[in-house]
Design a protein around this ligand. Structure first.
Ligand SMILES: [Zn+2]
Length: 333
C-alpha cells in the first residue's frame, strides 16, 4: 500500500515507520520542493513512492522522507553484493572499470591510498600492483575481502587511520548512498595529507539520464549531486573541486533508451510508467518493443535507431557536462 502524501511530499501524519524526514544534508535548510516521486523500480522491495526534493536554499537534491539508517539495509538485497565469484572472475568482470580508474590516476605519484566503500577490494589490489600502499573501509562485512588487502569493517569515524596520513582517498559510487555526506567529506579531508587528492565518483542529477530518465537508484541513492552542489558541499568540508570529468567507462550511465522515452511520451505514456519499464530488468521488452503495453513494429525501429545513436549521444553529453557519471578530483583548501 502506498502511504498518502501531502503537497510538500511529506507523509501525512508524520514519517511512516522506518522513515525519517530530514533537513537539507548540505546546508541544513528546512524548506524544499518536490521534483518528482519514485518507487524502488530496480528491486521492487516496496511500493512506497519516495519524494525526490530540492532544497529551496542551496538547491541540493535528496530523498525526503527516506528510510532511516536502521532501515536502509532492507533495501539492499543479497544480489546487490555478488559474492560467489572467484578473485579472477571479479578482476575479469571489472577489468574495463579498473583500467579506466588506473588511467585517471596514473599522473599521481604512488603513496598511501584509502578506498572508502572498497567492497571486495579489487581496486585496492590493482593499485597495489602499480606501487600504492592500499587501505580500505567498508561498512558491511558481507562483501568478502578477496585480495587480502587491509580493510576496516565499520564506519569512517571508527576507522583506526591517523589524520593527514593518506596521499589519495577514493569513493567510487559511494557518496550517493550516504545519509550524512557532509560529515563523510569532512572525514575524507581529515584523512588527506595537505597535498593529497580525493577522487569521488557520483551520478550527475543534472544530466539527461538523471533528470529526464530518472536513473537514480531510489531509495538506495539518498542524496543526488550536480556539479554545483558537489562543489558547494566539498567547500563546506574544506575541499576544493579541481576538475570534474564525465564518462561511463568506470561506472555505467548511458543515454540508452532516450528515443524510446521520447516516443512513449509522445504516445501519451506517463513518465513514471516509462521509468518503471526501463529500470526493472524484467520489463525491458515492454520498454523497448511496446507502446501502451502492445507490441509495436514502429517502436522496434525507434529502439534500433536508439542503439545506433547512443554511442554518439553519450560522447556528446559527456563532453558537454550532462553525462550521468561524474568524477571529481578534490584537493585540501
Ligand atoms: Zn540546502
Amino acid at each position: 500500500m502506498t502511504p498518502a502524501m501531502d503537497e510538500s511530499g511529506a507523509f501525512c501524519g508524520g514519517a511512516a515507520e522506518g522513515m525519517e524526514k530530514v533537513p537539507c544534508p548540505s546546508c541544513g535548510g528546512a524548506s524544499h520542493k518536490v521534483l518528482f516521486t519514485k518507487p524502488d523500480n530496480t528491486y521492487g522491495i516496496t511500493d512506497v513512492q519516495f519524494p525526490v526534493v530540492r532544497c529551496r536554499t542551496c538547491r541540493f537534491v535528496f530523498l525526503n522522507p527516506r528510510p532511516d539508517i536502521d532501515t536502509i539495509h532492507r533495501y539492499y538485497p543479497p544480489i546487490f553484493y555478488t559474492a560467489d565469484m572467484t578473485p579472477e572472475a571479479v578482476l575479469a568482470e571489472r577489468r574495463g572499470s579498473l583500467d579506466a580508474r588506473l588511467k585517471m590516476l596514473r599522473h599521481l605519484r604512488p603513496g598511501r591510498l584509502l578506498d572508502i566503500g572498497c567492497s571486495r577490494g579489487e581496486f585496492l589490489h590493482r593499485m597495489r600492483e602499480v606501487g600504492w600502499e592500499p587501505f580500505g573501509i567498508d561498512f558491511s562485512a558481507t562483501p568478502p575481502n578477496m585480495f587480502n588487502v587491509p580493510v576496516f569493517t565499520g564506519t569512517v569515524d571508527q576507522a583506526p587511520y591517523p589524520r593527514e596520513s593518506f596521499d589519495l582517498v577514493t569513493l567510487w559510487a559511494v557518496l550517493e548512498h550516504i545519509h550524512d555526506p557532509l560529515p563523510m567529506l569532512k572525514q575524507v579531508r581529515s584523512f588527506l595529507k595537505k597535498d593529497g587528492r580525493a577522487y569521488i565518483l557520483v551520478p550527475n542529477f543534472n544530466s539527461i539520464p538523471g533528470r529526464f530518465m530518472r536513473h537514480d537508484d531510489v531509495p538506495r541513492h539518498v542524496v543526488m549531486f550536480t556539479p554545483r552542489s558537489l562543489r558547494d558541499m566539498a567547500a563546506r568540508a574544506g575541499l576544493r573541486v579541481k576538475t570534474i570529468t564525465f564518462g561511463d567507462e568506470i561506472f555505467s550511465g548511458s543515454t540508452r533508451g532516450i528515443l524510446n522515452y521520447a516516443w512513449k511520451l509522445l504516445n501519451g505514456e506517463k513518465i513514471a510508467d516509462i521509468v518503471a519499464q526501463n529500470r526493472a530488468s524484467d520489463r525491458w521488452f515492454e520498454f523497448s518493443c511496446c507502446i501502451r503495453g502492445k507490441e509495436s513494429a514502429f517502436m522496434l525501429k525507434v529502439d534500433r535507431l536508439d542503439i545506433r545513436l547512443t554511442r554518439y549521444l553519450d560522447k556528446i553529453v559527456n563532453r558537454l557536462g550532462y553525462g550521468f557519471t561524474m568524477t571529481a578530483e578534490l584537493e585540501v583548501i
